[in-house]
Write a protein that binds this ligand. Structure first.
Ligand SMILES: C=CC1=C(C)c2cc3[nH]c(cc4nc(cc5[nH]c(cc1n2)c(C)c5CCC(=O)O)C(CCC(=O)O)=C4C)c(C)c3C=C
Ligand code: FES
Ligand SMILES: [Fe+2]
Length: 384
């Protein structure tokens, strides 16, 4: 039997915890990402939304016809890929878990902004931006922090999601009791860097000792069209910054190279491409050991589970006769990654910068009216 005062303390604790879970949400964390189809019957609509999103992709002509046409033509092939990775994208499962773990940690390290609650906001599949903000308004949240889950900012991905929030609010206005602020990029956060370094080191250690030092670390990021690069998109340099810091953390232990994957459509995209790089390293330079790192994704989905694991590491690796090829997992629920997320939010609240200068400044060659309207709106409406 426990002493009486211990029992009283336990009862008090239980009551306090109960009260905090029931109290009104003070800080909402909007987990911004593109999302992926949960089931294969969502694939066509998902692709259609991507290919007709002018913030994401611009065709040189016939945009209204080309986008839907590519989506329709691509559907069977992409459906098959989702079937091969278990029938759908795990991106919702991971984002939801990351949000839950993040808010649990924030309740501990930032009691002044607690209770925290996460809201998943996807661009191309349910739960959409509108769903997230409907919930936020229903919960009577005091402060919403829009937290891009792309560490490196691209106008095609992060920018499109931020523009969608602007489109949702610009006519009806923000609820008067809601403060909105923005975390738009965090490619150089020290804990993100440490997390990648830890994940990479663990895979390097699994390569036989005599081959370990010669393994090439291939950092593979989703490519973007060259037209987007030349407009001044920040993404390639921000991905490069992450790579450089991760290699510094690893004391430049191995040879490394940044390569690009997942090109869509016939226009020129940023290279070198991951499969071409692998092929030439093996065939032309006699390299046989590789560690592949998905450096611009924070959770598993079709590009890691299918393109990297099945198409490149398994099928292409076997065809080329590589000795060792290991794919590093995405950060997922790695404790250092959850710590990174929590530190980013805590620092955002402490620094009281509602929206950064870099976000408000457009690409030098931006011709997208949505960007101008959206960035002006964020500049006028964000507060912390
Ligand atoms: C940093 C991440 C990403 C960038 C940059 C990006 C650019 C980009 N993507 C497309 C078109 C498609 N992307 C698709 C899937 C997909 N893309 C990303 C991330 C980035 N895209 C992720 C995480 C995913 C997978 C989602 C999931 O399954 O969970 C797809 C659909 C799949 C396919 O058809 O291969 C398309 C289409 C463009 C046009 C673009 C830059 C302009
Ligand atoms: S395309 Fe980059 S700000 Fe408009
Ligand atoms: Fe993509």
């Amino acid at each position: 039997m426990l002493p009486k005062h211990t029992l009283r303390l336990l009862a008090k604790n239980i009551t306090v915890r109960h009260a905090s879970t029931e109290s009104k949400v003070k800080t909402g964390i909007v987990m911004l990402n593109m999302g992926g189809p949960q089931h294969t019957d969502q694939v066509h609509d998902y692709l259609h939304r991507i290919m007709t999103d002018r913030d994401m992709i611009q065709f040189p002509f016939a945009q209204n016809q080309l986008g839907p046409w590519i989506a329709k033509r691509r559907t069977p092939e992409v459906k098959k890929k989702y079937e091969e990775i278990g029938g759908g994208s795990p991106i919702l499962k991971w984002t939801d878990l990351q949000g839950k773990l993040l808010c649990k940690k924030l309740d501990e390290v930032s009691p002044e902004s607690a209770p925290h609650k996460h809201y998943v906001s996807f661009r191309y599949v349910h739960p959409f931006t509108e769903d997230a903000f409907r919930e936020i308004e229903k919960d009577g949240v005091e402060r919403a922090i829009v937290f891009s889950q792309y560490p490196q900012y691209s106008c095609a991905t992060s920018g499109s999601s931020f523009n969608a929030i602007y489109k949702h609010f610009h006519k009806k206005g923000l609820p008067s009791n809601l403060k909105l602020s923005v975390i738009d990029r965090w490619s150089t956060h020290p804990l993100l860097v440490k997390c990648f370094a830890d994940l990479i080191q663990k895979e390097i250690n699994l390569i036989p000792e005599e081959k370990r030092r010669e393994a090439i670390i291939l950092f593979s990021a989703h490519s973007i069209p060259l037209k987007t690069v030349n407009r001044g998109d920040a993404y390639p340099s921000e991905v490069g910054a992450t790579v450089q810091l991760v290699m510094q953390e690893l004391n430049f232990c191995n040879p490394y190279q940044l390569v690009w994957q997942s090109k869509v459509g016939p226009l020129p995209w940023l290279g070198p491409f991951t499969d071409d790089a692998l092929t030439d390293y093996v065939k032309k330079q006699g390299k046989k050991n590789f560690v592949v790192v998905p450096i611009a994704f924070v959770n598993e989905h079709i590009e890691t589970l299918h393109e990297l694991d099945i198409e490149y590491c398994k099928e292409l690796g076997e065809k080329l006769g590589v000795e060792n090829i290991r794919r590093v997992p995405a950060p997922n629920d790695h404790p250092l990654f959850i710590e990174a997320l929590s530190d980013i939010v805590k620092t955002h609240l402490k620094n009281k910068v509602a929206v950064g200068h870099k976000f408000l400044n457009r690409c030098p060659h931006c011709v997208n009216a949505n960007c101008l309207k959206s960035k002006t709106w964020y500049g006028e409406n964000c507060q912390i």
